[in-house]
Design a protein. Structure first.
Length: 342
């Protein structure tokens, strides 16, 4: 009687959940930006996704004591994102006024509010379905930057299922706690480097090829995972790069995924007077989210082991194939979808 590996069962279930249409897209919060062009005068930008009915469901409200001046210009990009631009006047400035988005409580998305002031400082806040209004601060504090960008980092990694799948594949490929720590550390260092380089403008990579290549990187790891039982029982294992140097593979793919993180961060922007702080704590948020996911996987594996020992569930000999094929199928679908898109 052959028993299922808990890790295989957990990975297959996770891949199936992550493959659902509702979760197969990148986190795409709406964005409301205010740029102070003169004392009390603000250029307004409202960006919202059309898919899922968000453009029709969400309506930002002009803060009390403020008013729109001139016409509001509207245009659509890639048939899925609607942009609106206008000008708003607030006597005495925007600080201390309440900003609200009607309809947000009926959705499952967030709205990111950014205010750029004349002196170069910036305020970043996050509105959620449970808290659809905020009071805009007079001037941003370091604590606000830390809180906002940490939450953004956590939200991005937990909502970016392609990033979670590569972490899952690495967890299944690497044997031993020491090698696992080295692999995860290499992945972290690599995506931190490219995230900083792209955000600071040193490197620019178009997002569409990056997204497609990220899917291909997951497909590569799935193929490595599928051949692992054969490699582990043969001399070929000595020549296998992923088996011998998993940290090197993780570092290479981490560089790629950093560009994906940078794409998400560019949608929000970073305060010019707190760029290092914002980058640092966005990375901290990403790592917190990653560690939460790793803890969840380990806890699920432990529970699966208990269940298998208790019920002695028989499994077919091919059960080990379920995890790599589930992960690989999702990655292949994304790769085709993203390559066709550009």
């Amino acid at each position: 009687m052959i028993r299922a590996r808990p890790a295989s069962l957990v990975a297959a279930l996770a891949a199936a959940l992550l493959a659902s249409p509702a979760l197969a897209h990148r986190l795409s919060p709406a964005f409301f930006g205010l740029t102070e062009t003169a004392p009390g005068i603000y250029a307004v930008q409202w960006k919202v996704s059309i898919s899922g009915g968000l453009a029709s469901a969400l309506e930002p409200k002009v803060p009390q004591g403020c008013s729109l001046t001139g016409d509001v210009r509207t245009y659509v990009v890639n048939e899925d994102v609607r942009f609106q631009h206008g000008t708003m006047s607030c006597a005495g400035g925007i600080g201390g006024r309440e900003f609200k988005v009607d309809g947000l409580e009926l959705t499952q998305t967030d709205v990111l509010l950014r205010v750029d002031y004349l002196d170069g400082s910036a305020s970043n806040q996050r509105l959620t379905p449970t808290d659809p209004s905020v009071v805009i601060p007079e001037r941003p504090s370091a604590l606000e930057v830390i809180r906002t960008y940490t939450v953004l980092g956590i939200g991005h990694i937990l909502g970016g299922v392609d990033h979670l799948l590569i972490v899952l594949a690495l967890l299944l490929l690497v044997r031993g706690i020491g090698r696992l720590v080295a692999t995860v550390t290499a992945f972290t260092l690599a995506h931190s480097v490219t995230l900083a380089a792209a955000t600071l403008g040193f490197v620019h990579v178009p997002p569409a090829p990056v997204e497609a290549t990220i899917a291909l990187s997951i497909l590569f790891l799935a193929s490595e995972l599928a051949r692992q039982p054969f490699a582990s029982s043969s001399a070929d294992a000595r020549a296998d790069l992923t088996t011998r140097f998993p940290w090197l593979v993780a570092f290479s793919f981490g560089l790629l995924h950093g560009f994906g993180f940078a794409g998400a961060l560019s949608e929000v922007g970073v305060p010019q007077k707190a760029v290092p702080l914002a980058l640092l704590f966005f990375n901290v948020g990403v790592e917190i989210g990653q560690l939460l996911f790793i803890a969840f996987v380990f806890a699920a594996i432990a529970l699966a082991r208990q269940a298998l020992r208790r019920f002695a569930m028989p499994q077919p000999a091919w059960s080990w194939r379920v995890s790599p094929y589930a992960i690989g199928s999702v990655a292949a679908f994304w790769a085709i979808q993203r390559i066709v898109a550009f």
